[in-house]
Design a protein around this ligand. Structure first.
Ligand code: ISE
Length: 340
């Protein structure tokens, strides 16, 4: 159980995602408040803290976690900074919601898993928000219900309007395709066993050094195949699609375009411009679910095992990206804490 009836949350990282979560906790969801924010840029931390009543600003995550007003931690800093914040929170037995990726590499994810195993109970939820999106939830229920038979293939499309400066090819895997890696494991309830990455001639709009788009092929333990188009500078908006092909039917998500307008001899809908807009409801549901579970003393949703399994596949995909070959994924044993 947490100390305060309203959960005091420290949000680590006040960039785009972190400040959106601060707004969400402050204005949208119930049962929690932002007690502290952390950013290496103190001006940014203070600007964010000022927008929330009773919120402290820190540059050091450990100092924020030591604050008696803090009951739980939401990590939204860049991936490479996750491990130290996670280990600090686990050492203090604080509940965590950690944005994806859990960590960008499998060795760091394993260290986090070992720390949680030492604690002996699940404390970390990983921010794979697609699992909270209405369309994904309906697809999962359809596949689990069995009415269209065994799923054979997934066709996934993941398009971003553009990338921030410094976005690398490895980030196309670790920050972007990691979502489809998790969605494939979750939708099919199977581990991924091999990865191949194909690179067509890059788009003329691709930034220097980024081979964009790419096609990532995932093979699963049950013999299914998922193809993922990752196109992070498509220019026209944010688009995530997933079509499941099963024995007796197919089902596709990602075609809802809000309001359809007929005017001036044309019809059309809207394409959201970024993930904050496309997955706004999913983020709200995810954070509300985390707060509710945490206040009950529980940890639910995708956890460290899912973050670790995704990191292992990402590592194989980064290797496949560099070599052009098919890379097999070494299966790890699932510890009993995670249902193994
Ligand atoms: C970003 O970090 C996300 O999580 C988005 O969902 C993804 O579409 C984008 O490519 C990532 O950079």
């Amino acid at each position: 159980m947490t100390q305060h009836s309203t959960l005091g949350v420290a949000v680590i990282g006040t960039g785009r995602m972190g400040s959106d979560h601060v707004r969400r906790i402050d204005e949208v969801i119930s049962g929690a408040r932002v007690a502290a924010v952390v950013d290496i840029d103190i001006d940014r931390a203070e600007r964010t803290a000022k927008s929330v009543e009773g919120c402290a600003a820190h540059t050091d995550a450990a100092a924020a976690m030591a604050d008696p007003a803090v009951d739980a931690v939401l990590i939204a800093s860049p991936g490479p900074a996750h491990e130290s914040a996670l280990l600090e929170a686990l050492a203090r037995d604080l509940p965590v919601l950690c944005e994806k990726p859990l960590t960008p590499d499998a060795a760091a994810a394993r260290r986090v898993m070992e720390a949680e195993l030492r604690l002996g109970r699940r404390r970390v939820q990983v921010g794979f928000m697609r699992r909270y999106d209405t369309e994904y939830l309906r697809l999962k229920a359809l596949l689990d219900g069995g009415s269209i038979g065994r799923p054979l293939m997934l066709h996934c499309r993941h398009r971003n309007a553009g990338t921030p400066p410094g976005f690398t090819e490895q980030m196309m895997i670790n920050d972007s395709v990691v979502h489809e890696i998790d969605a494939t494991r979750w939708l099919l309830d199977q581990e991924i066993t091999a990865v191949t990455v194909l690179k067509p001639t890059p788009s003329g709009s691709a930034p220097e050094g980024l081979s964009d788009p790419q096609l990532v092929l995932l093979e699963t333990a049950g013999g299914a195949v998922a193809d993922v188009e990752i196109f992070v500078n498509c220019g026209f908006g944010y688009q995530v699609r997933c079509e499941a092909v099963a024995e007796r039917g197919t089902a596709r998500l990602g075609d809802a375009h809000g309001l359809y307008v007929n005017a001036a001899g044309r019809w059309g809908g809207e394409i959201p411009q970024d993930f904050l807009a496309r997955f706004a409801d999913a983020y709200d549901r995810q954070v509300q679910g985390w707060v509710d579970a945490t206040r009950r003393g529980a940890t639910e949703g995708p956890g460290v095992w899912d973050g670790y399994a995704a990191a292992v596949v990402c590592e194989a995909a980064v290797r496949a990206q560099a070599t052009g070959g098919r890379v097999t994924v070494e299966p790890a044993e699932r510890p009993a804490l995670y249902g193994g």
